[in-house]
Design a protein around this ligand. Structure first.
Ligand code: IWH
Length: 720
């Protein structure tokens, strides 16, 4: 999975004005910063400027260092020196070049700042046309693609593919002559593109000089320029603040930024790029397979997408599609699908092209995440804590792979800001498993004489209790508490949910019925339900009733953190529940604690502490907790093994499948001992726990020399 990239929003130009500079996190990144040897390296030179040194000798030395650090930072994602050191060397080189203009070289790292504007772009004829890919929108289409290939090859055995994400950006070509970047172009119509050499030069991820003496004398690479999401959001915010227009999506932002006539404008945009292949090449020899070529390009200095991967068959492609689909929302950039390419380049050549697309590659698109529909109604939903959420009831629309008929409007402030009204045509977004939301209204499609904006109801639409909005908070709440059926239902849904008591088979519809019949008023009532009674529910047989009774019984064995989380105390999420459990060790100790005492728990602030104390201080809650405990809910005592914190400060990355425990259970076990689980492997990772079918994370761990634990070793570590 993708890492939450620490430097995605980076303004990597060392020349950039300070206010446009990167996320300050970057500079404080201990990975980059905690390397004292980097600054004591005599070559890197802790000395101020090159006083007394021969500038003609110092300049190339500085360029080499800067190129190397730039490569480590961008292409390898593994900075060697702190940003400040990089900046210092850049300033030194800039100083020398200002004093001795004859020493400036066209591809000096200082030359990325952006040249003078041009009147128009020249055109570049691509020596090999830049084609587009065929799209597949379903598994069947992908299997059909593979079947056609094997038919043409008269081959039964599976085809090996190179798979990679399809970035939502702009395709470009970059030509290197004798290892020096000489020309860059957009794809254009595929035959000719625009000469954007000076603009591409401002993108720090593009090497200006390749890091090997034996690159082909003429080498064209191709890739995608894109604007990472963090940079896109930041840029749009700044544009709006200046009274300028925001870009509608990262793709347009990348295209608009690369096609600026003033390269200094391009330089000021947070662009990034990946190289995904070669174009025209003269001299030298390249590997026989696509994935090998990418590895070589990375060694030469190019930035290759870290998610690219080789799979052994079309099944592997489909698995990759699902993996990337799941990772999509966590990636630092927008992707609209994945691409599969036959890995063997001879086979690619043999397969050739049909009209304008290769037979050996296909783009497998993700379902569109945005769609247009109309608002039928706007209603208010009441949540577990009484919060009223405005919800748009929609003309059903297929988006993000499912049919959506409701979308959240979050709260009154959002509703007012977006000005969503009944009858409006709206953009709906459903990204991954996130609740669908109304993104915006198309004002030009608003019906004349449509209704006014809905107002916050004064009374709860479910129970009629007064609705209050505390202070200037965005959230309005029903004051009914457990007298409100909606709050009762939601409390029980939360209690039974997967990350709480995880009562198998107790779904939302069933809970609605149980509450409506008043068989269940509070979570404690769940443990008095008998199969004979459950069997009389709508669409519920003897068998499912039996099963549910067993599941409810089984859910009594839990852990203290889960139990505390399940209670649904306001603002107590899983992390807080864990902290409370570790600090107090028993529910009795926690119940007896005052707000001041609760606040001593790490990361618990005064508001949460007050909520916790207030929860247990409430007579009805106290009775519920008593009844829950009396019904036999238990958890292993938090002895030394469980909450001893022996993994404090240790970071784990989980990859692959473990046979004896789920990912959640592994994560819980680590957290209970004070460790942390992270999504991506870096030098800071202490252990990578590798189950079966571990993929790129395992490779990365091996590359970085991070300790890898198999399942047995991991379990041993937990038992220590
Ligand atoms: C001040 N960066 O582009 C400043 N650490 O080796 C300078 C440089 C950078 C930032 C801020 C974010 C980014 C860092 C390195 C190399 C290239 C580069 C580095």
């Amino acid at each position: 999975m993708a890492k939450a990239k620490k430097k995605v929003p980076a303004r990597p130009k060392a020349s950039a004005k300070p206010e446009t500079r990167s996320n300050p996190k970057v500079s404080s990144d201990p990975k980059a910063g905690a390397k004292p040897e980097a600054t004591s390296n005599p070559k890197a030179g802790a000395k101020p400027a090159a006083a007394g040194r021969d500038p003609a000798a110092r300049a190339p030395e500085l360029r080499e260092l800067l190129e190397r650090y730039n490569y480590r930072y961008h292409a390898l994602d593994d900075p060697e020196v702190p940003d400040a050191e990089y900046d210092r060397l850049m300033l030194e080189l800039r100083g020398i070049e200002a004093e001795h203009p004859q020493l400036v070289t066209p591809n000096s790292p200082t030359q990325r700042v952006g040249a003078a504007p041009v009147a128009a772009f020249g055109t570049v004829r691509h020596r090999i046309p830049m084609l587009s890919l065929d799209n597949a929108f379903s598994e069947e289409e992908v299997r059909e693609f593979d079947r056609r290939i094997r038919e043409r090859l008269e081959q039964e055995r599976p085809v090996r593919y190179a798979a990679e994400p399809k970035l939502d950006g702009l395709a470009f070509s970059a030509v290197y002559e004798n290892g020096e970047f000489t020309q860059g172009a957009t794809r254009g119509d595929g035959e000719t593109g625009e000469d954007v050499t000076l603009n591409l030069k401002t993108i720090a991820a593009l090497p200006l000089k390749l890091r090997s003496a034996d690159v082909p004398p003429l080498l064209e690479v191709r890739g995608e320029v894109f604007m990472p999401l963090a940079g896109f959001e930041r840029f749009n915010k700044q544009a709006l603040a200046r009274g300028e227009k925001a870009y509608v999506n990262p793709r347009n932002a990348a295209a608009g930024s690369l096609r600026q006539l003033d390269p200094r404008m391009t330089a000021s945009r947070p662009l990034d790029l990946f190289i995904y292949g070669t174009g025209y090449v003269e001299g030298g020899t390249l590997p026989t397979h696509h994935a090998q070529t990418l590895q070589l390009l990375r060694q030469w200095g190019f930035k290759i997408c870290p998610q690219s991967k080789v799979v052994e068959s079309i099944e592997g492609c489909l698995e990759y599609y699902h993996e990337m689909g799941a990772a999509r929302s966590t990636l630092p950039y927008q992707i609209d699908g994945v691409v599969y390419k036959v890995d063997d380049l001879d086979v690619q050549r043999h397969l050739g092209f049909v009209s304008r697309a290769p037979r050996w590659a296909i783009a497998h698109k993700f379902p569109a995440e945005e769609a247009l529909t109309t608002v039928r109604e706007i209603e208010f939903q009441v949540g577990r804590t009484g919060a009223l959420t405005p919800v748009a009831r929609l003309e059903p629309v297929f988006v993000g792979g499912v049919t959506v008929s409701n979308a959240t409007l979050h709260n009154m402030d959002e509703l007012t800001r977006k000005d969503v009204r009944v009858g409006d045509t709206v953009v709906i977004r459903r990204a991954g498993d996130v609740i669908p939301e109304v993104v915006r209204v198309l004002p030009e499609r608003r019906p004349v004489d449509g209704p006014a904006l809905v107002e916050l109801p004064a009374k709860c639409p479910v129970c009629g209790s007064p609705v209050v909005r505390e202070g200037d908070q965005a959230i309005a709440r029903c004051t009914g508490g457990r007298t409100c059926a909606a709050q009762r239902k939601e409390e029980i849904k939360h209690f039974a949910s997967r990350r709480a008591l995880d009562i198998q088979g107790l779904g939302d519809k069933l809970i609605d019925q149980l509450v409506e019949r008043d068989w269940v008023r509070t979570p404690a009532d769940l443990f008095g339900l008998e199969a004979s009674r459950l069997a009389t529910l709508d669409r519920f047989g003897e068998k499912s009733a039996q099963k549910l009774e067993v599941a409810i019984e089984a859910a009594k064995r839990t852990s203290l953190p889960r139990f505390l989380y399940a209670l649904g105390i306001r603002d107590v999420g899983e992390a807080t529940a864990l902290g409370l459990a570790q600090y107090f060790g028993t529910v009795e100790a926690l119940r007896a604690a005052t707000a001041e005492e609760v606040q001593r728990v790490p990361d618990v602030g005064p508001v949460v502490a007050r909520n916790v104390a207030a929860y247990f201080g409430d007579a009805e809650n106290a009775e519920i907790v008593d009844r829950l405990l009396a019904s036999g809910i238990t958890w292993p005592a938090l002895d030394k093994n469980a909450a001893s914190g022996e993994l404090t400060g240790k970071t784990f990355v989980l990859t692959g499948t473990l046979a004896s425990l789920t990912r959640d259970a592994a994560q819980e076990a680590i957290a209970l001992r004070g460790g942390k689980v992270s999504g991506s492997v870096s030098k800071k990772t202490h252990y990578v726990v590798a189950g079966t079918e571990a993929g790129s994370k395992l490779r990365k761990a091996e590359e970085l020399g991070v300790e890898v634990l198999d399942e047995a070793a991991f379990l041993t570590l937990l038992k220590q």
